[in-house]
Design a binder for this molecule. Structure first.
Ligand code: HEC
Length: 109
């Protein structure tokens, strides 16, 4: 069976798009963003803080509170300070919490 170069290129393009390592990354970032808008953006629109304005999600403010890793953010989600609701594993499973945490760290700087 013979394929025309056009068909071959097309198949190659699809393969590359599917297999490229960036692909799962993009999926991850989309859901991190979605989960953030769903659970957090009401009080943290654009990484700000509408309740306690000094405690934004920007790197400098996070660092002031010793929050530097995704795990630190998950810790905050599970055990928040005054004014922020606590999210249990039943509400935001560990995997989703990690996606939200990574989204925050790479988005708000
Ligand atoms: C009802 C409003 C509200 C919601 C919803 C909310 N937060 Fe907060 N958040 C706060 C308040 C108020 C603070 C400041 C108090 C504190 O330090 O915990 C805060 C602080 C934080 C901090 C520490 C910021 C700093 O500069 O020290 C992080 C990180 C954070 N929130 C992440 C999240 C994430 C992730 C979600 C969603 C899963 C979320 N928050 C949902 C109100 C909220």
């Amino acid at each position: 069976m013979r394929f025309s170069p056009t068909v071959l290129l097309f198949v190659l393009a699809i393969l590359v798009a599917t297999l490229s390592p960036g692909c799962s990354d993009k999926l991850g970032s989309t859901s991190g963003e979605k989960l953030f808008s769903l659970h957090c953006a009401s009080c943290h629109p654009g990484g700000s803080n509408t309740i306690t304005p000094s405690k934004t999600l920007k790197t400098a403010d996070l660092q002031a509170g010793m929050i530097t890793t995704p795990e630190d953010i998950i810790q905050k989600i599970r055990n928040p300070g005054p004014g922020m609701p606590r999210y249990t594993e039943a509400m935001i499973p560990e995997k989703e919490a990690l996606q939200i945490a990574r989204y925050i760290l790479r988005t708000f700087r």
